[in-house]
Design a protein around this ligand. Structure first.
Ligand code: SF4
Length: 373
């Protein structure tokens, strides 16, 4: 037996004893654990929360209400600057038509996502969200903004994060997701998205969102030029935030699409993605749901269920990632056949359920979830 194998075995023993792994352990696993070992260890943590043979999913669409943006992230192929040709803002009727189409095919979740458009103030969004809630009630749930957009709008409105979150809540908003996080290190922000936000601002805003009683999630995008240490720092910050707030419903990791972006680059392999999902499942022992990205990994996303993921979206549209090379497969039954062939029962997860209520997003460490997942 080599020392490396011994180290992995020692970490495995700690995971089995429900001890939390350290960042040093995570680095050791990334370096030394085989795919099979990572799969097995992630399965141990997954089993604390979920039936081993069950996965859940949603059918959803991302509505990109405007592509005008001043943030100029170098990994983005979607935006145009103000007054440039090709800029658009969707009308209310456009938005309703997209939601109606989603409902017709059985979906019930919309995620609004767009650029930092200086012509659209916070009250534009509040009016839009109020109109969606009035028209659809609880038939459709919506992710109103990402934290990145929330930060921009609160700043432009001259409101504190708490005040902005209250305004949105009064407009019928339930969710502001952790989207737009990419890699949460200050150095990464400076390299690629220096006009967007600082990491400190990101978490300050997310804390205000949780304290206001809105629901939120954690996200991550890998495959730029980030180092392993930066990936780990992102996971550390996420775990710390969850320890302090218990406000994160889920962690979703997707992969960078490099086509048509200023930064360019190459896509990472499915194997690297699966290993990262496994490491995330093991490290984020306080986050209940680990979500795999069909949007960017297509059918390769489903194998991540064997590496600790338990939930996924089937998106029917997202212009941001499609512009950068993502392809959307609309064959929902064909897609669902893949996890079934891997041995999973797949159940639709309605986007509004009591388990989503703030404060019980995750059980306290060391306690068990009720078995009704
Ligand atoms: S990623 Fe978002 S914030 Fe950045 S340039 Fe694109 S639309 Fe703007």
């Amino acid at each position: 037996m080599t020392n490396t194998t011994l180290a992995v075995r020692e970490i495995e023993a700690r995971i089995k004893a429900r001890e939390r792994i350290s960042s040093v352990d995570a680095a050791e696993l990334w370096k030394a654990a085989t795919d099979e070992e990572l799969r097995r260890l992630a399965g141990i943590v997954r089993k604390r929360y979920h039936d081993e043979t069950r996965a859940t999913y949603l059918v959803m669409r991302i509505i990109n209400y405007t592509n005008v943006c001043v943030a100029q992230c170098d990994y983005c192929a979607f935006y145009v600057l103000p007054n440039q040709e090709g800029g658009y803002v969707l009308t209310r009727d456009d938005v309703f038509a997209k939601i109606d189409e989603l409902l017709e095919i059985g979906g019930d979740l919309v995620a609004f996502n767009g650029g930092f458009n200086p012509k659209l103030p916070l009250h534009f969004y509040c009016d839009l969200f109020r109109a969606v809630r009035d028209r659809y009630g609880e038939r459709v749930e919506f992710y109103a903004l990402t934290i990145a957009e929330f930060l921009y709008l609160a700043d432009r409105a001259g409101l504190s994060y708490h005040q902005a979150a209250e305004e949105l809540k009064r407009a019928g908003v339930h969710w502001i997701t952790g989207g737009g996080s990419e890699i949460l290190t200050e150095d990464f922000r400076r390299r690629h998205a220096k006009f967007k936000y600082t990491v400190a601002e990101y978490f300050e805003a997310q804390r205000a969102i949780v304290e206001t009683g809105l629901r939120t999630t954690a996200t991550m995008v890998i495959g730029f030029d980030e180092t392993f240490e930066e990936r780990l720092e992102h996971l550390e910050r996420t775990r710390d935030f969850q320890d302090r707030t218990n406000g994160l419903f889920s962690f979703l990791c997707w992969t960078y699409k490099p086509y048509g972006t200023a930064f360019g680059g190459r896509e990472i392999s499915p194997r690297e993605y699966h290993r990262h999902i496994a490491l995330s499942r093991i490290f984020l022992d306080n986050v209940r749901h680990i979500r795999t990205s069909v949007l960017t990994m297509n059918r390769d996303a489903f194998q991540a269920l064997d590496f600790g993921a338990d939930d996924f979206d089937l998106p029917i549209e997202d212009e941001v990632t499609q512009k950068a090379g993502a392809t959307i497969d609309l064959d929902i039954e064909g897609l669902l056949a893949v996890p079934r062939s891997l041995g999973y029962r797949v159940d639709y997860r309605r986007s509004e359920r009591p388990e989503l209520v703030r404060g019980i997003a995750c059980p306290p460490r060391g306690s068990e979830w009720p078995s009704t997942t």
